[in-house]
Design a protein around this ligand. Structure first.
Ligand code: SF4
Length: 372
């Protein structure tokens, strides 16, 4: 599988917890940025590849004007026939969804839409400054259905300051009542250079304690599984057959190209990451050059480590035989701690897979540290 990621670094507003590469949308930058993305596609000769998946993320891609989105898709389609891809996803925010946007996306062969909701609970929406209602989301999803886009993900967040277990249950109740196929459910992480971090440092923000966060995590898994959302990755749930094909490329350590500020490509164990700085990205693109922040060969040991770190995020785990076929080495020879962790019960072996057992999913990072 081969993927293409396209980064749109604009948002309608900046959320207090977010450290993604983004800035508030300005139409003059939008227009230049679309030109720059199309230039980067040419420089990288992306028309020579056959992509299985395309993912347009951000930032908030739907904060682009309809005119700019149309221009972006027309430009992409000159090089990449989107109708041949297995999955073409775009991230959208609820407030941007209109009949016009839905028709435009359908016209350009978008097959999957990911809606950033985070929470339906009013007092938590006040905290994160993201507002929507279940009824509104129902109506917006209906707009996508009318134009034939039936593969819908929603992003939710838990462990928001002030959140209770009842709030998580309220969000889950709303989520499972929607006609959707996929849910990405991440905990709020305190990131440096965000308003939340600043407030926390000044003791004006209290985080959820770990025990409650763990309860929330298992409540999410158990409830979603009961409603036929199978848990296939640490933070991702889907109806059978609707797993995110693009994200599986990352978790399977397969190859992907990427364009736009801060985006990373990974091709044949070579990773290159574009600058995060919009102005310098635009300036370099005008000269027909790519401004890189990082450009590195991943050596074999690092590649095997990534295979373990990302592979164990999948609930099914890592396929031992596939690892052997890829690296011509046994995973146990490379990571001799694995048999001890299996003995301790921190890992489990099921047929050809090594995975993290259900009861330890919450401490996945801790187990990864022990392996690598
Ligand atoms: S959370 Fe999403 S909408 Fe909010 S600032 Fe970050 S990328 Fe933009």
């Amino acid at each position: 599988m081969l993927g293409l990621y396209i980064h749109i670094p604009f948002c309608n507003q900046i959320c207090p917890y977010c450290d993604f590469c983004k800035r508030v949308s300005q139409s003059s930058y939008q227009t230049q940025y679309i030109d720059a993305l199309l230039t980067e596609m040419k420089i990288k000769k992306l028309d020579q590849y056959s992509f299985d998946t395309v993912y347009i993320g951000g930032g908030t891609p739907s904060s682009l004007s309809l005119e700019n989105l149309d221009r972006l898709f027309l430009g992409i389609e000159k090089s990449i026939p989107l109708s041949y891809c297995q999955e073409v996803t775009i991230e959208v925010n609820p407030e941007d969804i209109t009949e016009e946007l839905a028709s435009l996306l359908a016209r350009h062969h978008i097959s999957r839409v990911s809606i950033g909701i985070q929470t339906f609970v009013p007092h938590l929406q006040q905290v994160i400054k993201r507002f929507t209602t279940r009824d509104d989301i129902h109506k917006k999803i209906a707009l996508f259905h009318q134009v034939g886009i039936n593969n819908i993900n929603i992003d939710l967040m838990y462990a928001i300051p002030g959140e209770t277990l009842d709030d998580v249950i309220a969000d889950l109740t709303c989520a499972v009542s929607l006609p959707i196929q996929h849910i990405s459910y991440y905990s709020l992480i305190l990131e440096e250079h965000t308003l939340f971090y600043h407030l926390y440092q000044k003791q004006k923000l209290t985080l959820i304690d770990e025990e409650l966060e763990e309860k929330m995590y298992y409540t999410i898994i158990d409830t979603l599984q009961k409603h036929q959302f199978h848990h296939y990755e640490t933070s991702n749930f889907s109806k059978i057959g609707y797993e995110s094909k693009h994200n599986l490329i990352y978790w399977n350590c397969e190859s992907y190209h990427a364009i736009g500020t801060s985006s990373s490509s990974y091709i044949n164990h070579h990773r290159s990451t574009n600058t995060r700085d919009l102005i310098s990205y635009l300036a370099y693109m005008q000269k027909g050059e790519i401004a890189l922040d990082e450009d590195e060969e991943i050596n074999e040991y690092e590649a095997m480590k990534e295979e373990v770190i990302l592979g164990l995020r999948k609930i099914q785990g890592i396929n031992i035989l596939a690892f052997q076929a890829k690296f011509q080495k046994s995973i146990i020879e490379v990571f001799p701690q694995i048999p001890f962790l299996i003995e301790e019960g921190l890992l489990e072996k099921k047929q050809n897979y090594i995975a993290i057992p259900y009861r330890y999913l919450y401490i996945t990072n801790h187990i990864l540290l022990k392996i690598i």
